[in-house]
Design a protein around this ligand. Structure first.
Ligand code: FAD
Length: 361
């Protein structure tokens, strides 16, 4: 029998899960969410992401497995589906010995390794010769990554889902069981709810996972082209600040970042932080302004997004709440895109299993 599913959330987690589910004939799917692609809001992380594939997950963990399983689909999009707004871009990781032990360097531990697990996944992974490095850089690696234009990619995911019969509607739920109430699914009965509510799961009745907290990321989007992606192991401006640049596919501009301010919900850009972000970016990547100052950056907009960071990592689990099957896929932190297909597939596997469990009850 075909099952009726409601996916709460239209960020990259909800859309990717809905897309993979919609490829099966077993499910009738509704995606219901407060925010949809096209919206820009502090409660909606996905539009603000760079977004690139730059794994920070540790070898041997579920997170590394999800990241590994996502490279293939992203590579396929970049190679074979230009309409998705994903392109290949070289990604350079610069490492400064003085950052060892800092918050960013700890977060980037695997990324900064000269032999990380993903060296055997992404193409062209190699270390750069010491003599080619700029002042203050002690080592660097480079590999072929992808950069996703989220303004194209999120609507593309919606469009793929629509083509497969997924229904989209706005919905704001105080409690997770509200998504199983009558009137949400056109077929009446709801057999399973998929919870992809990101950061706001911390306030969703029935779940209220307060171990999910924001890691605030401030960015500046400019028209200048960086030519490649660059990332630094730390900054001289404190533990909560980061330095990276990436140019989005298909005219999406270049993202200059950033920050990683844990527990900070502030939605408005801090102008002083924006200046520091731009100064660090042009220093790390002189190609942005032909070696000139930040006044030669052509700003499209300033932005702030909140990464949904969960203690213990992304939650992909199934449980019964008030008699309703629920599968969770939330809390990807700064890795929602680079783990998207791996996480969504893991959630789909649990959804498939839920019916077997039900049959045994
Ligand atoms: P969200 O995108 O926040 O979506 C949550 C959805 O749930 C929304 O539709 C919302 O409306 C809905 N919702 C929530 N509560 C309710 C409710 N009660 N009722 C109805 N609907 C509800 N990741 C990468 O992989 N690579 C990167 O380069 C990268 N760069 C980043 C840079 C920045 C500055 C930021 C902020 C993030 C970055 N990330 C990156 C992380 C990535 O953006 C997130 O991990 C990802 O977007 C989380 O997606 P999500 O679908 O879980 O949540």
């Amino acid at each position: 029998m075909v099952k009726n599913i409601v996916v709460i959330g239209a960020g990259v987690a909800g859309l990717t899960t809905a897309l993979l589910l919609s490829k099966k004939s077993d499910y009738n799917i509704v995606v219901a969410a407060k925010h949809m692609p096209g919206d820009y809001d502090i409660e909606y992380a996905s539009p603000w992401a760079g977004a690139n594939y730059m794994p920070v997950s540790i070898s041997g963990t579920d997170a590394a497995e999800w990241d590994k399983n996502t490279w293939g689909p992203l590579e396929d999009l970049a190679r074979n589906h230009p309409g998705a707004g994903v392109h290949f871009q070289e990604c350079e990781i610069h490492n400064r010995a003085k950052d060892v032990g800092s918050a960013t360097a700890n977060w980037f531990k695997e990324l900064l390794s000269s032999n990380p697990w993903f060296a055997r996944v992404v193409p062209n992974f190699r270390s750069l010769p010491k003599e080619s490095l700029g002042p203050g850089i002690d080592s660097a690696t480079v590999f072929t990554s992808v950069c996703i234009n989220t303004a194209i990619y999120l609507p593309w995911l919606v469009s793929q889902c629509l083509s497969n019969g997924v229904i989209f509607k706005r919905g704001v739920f105080d409690h997770i069981l509200d998504a199983a109430a009558s009137g949400i699914h056109p077929n009446g009965r709801v057999d399973l709810v998929v919870n992809c509510t990101g950061l706001m799961v911390s306030k969703l009745g029935g779940v209220q996972d307060t171990s999910v907290v924001p890691a605030r990321g401030q960015i500046v989007i400019v028209r200048n082209d960086s030519g490649k992606m660059l990332d630094m192991s730390g900054t001289d401006d404190g533990d909560e600040e980061a330095c990276y640049v990436m140019t989005r596919a298909a005219g999406g501009g270049t993202i200059l970042g950033g920050s990683y301010q844990k527990g900070n919900w502030e939605s408005q850009p801090d102008p002083n932080l924006a200046i520091r972000i731009m100064k660090r970016a042009v220093k790390m990547c002189p190609a942005l302004t032909n070696g000139k100052g930040i006044e030669h950056l052509d700003i499209i907009r300033h932005g702030v997004g909140l990464r949904p960071v969960r203690e213990g990592g992304t939650r992909i689990e199934k449980e019964r709440i008030g008699g309703v099957f629920v599968v969770h896929n939330y809390g990807a932190g700064g890795a929602g895109y680079q783990s998207s297909y791996g996480c969504a597939q893991a959630a789909v596997d649990l959804i498939d299993q839920a019916w077997n469990a039900q049959a045994k009850l």
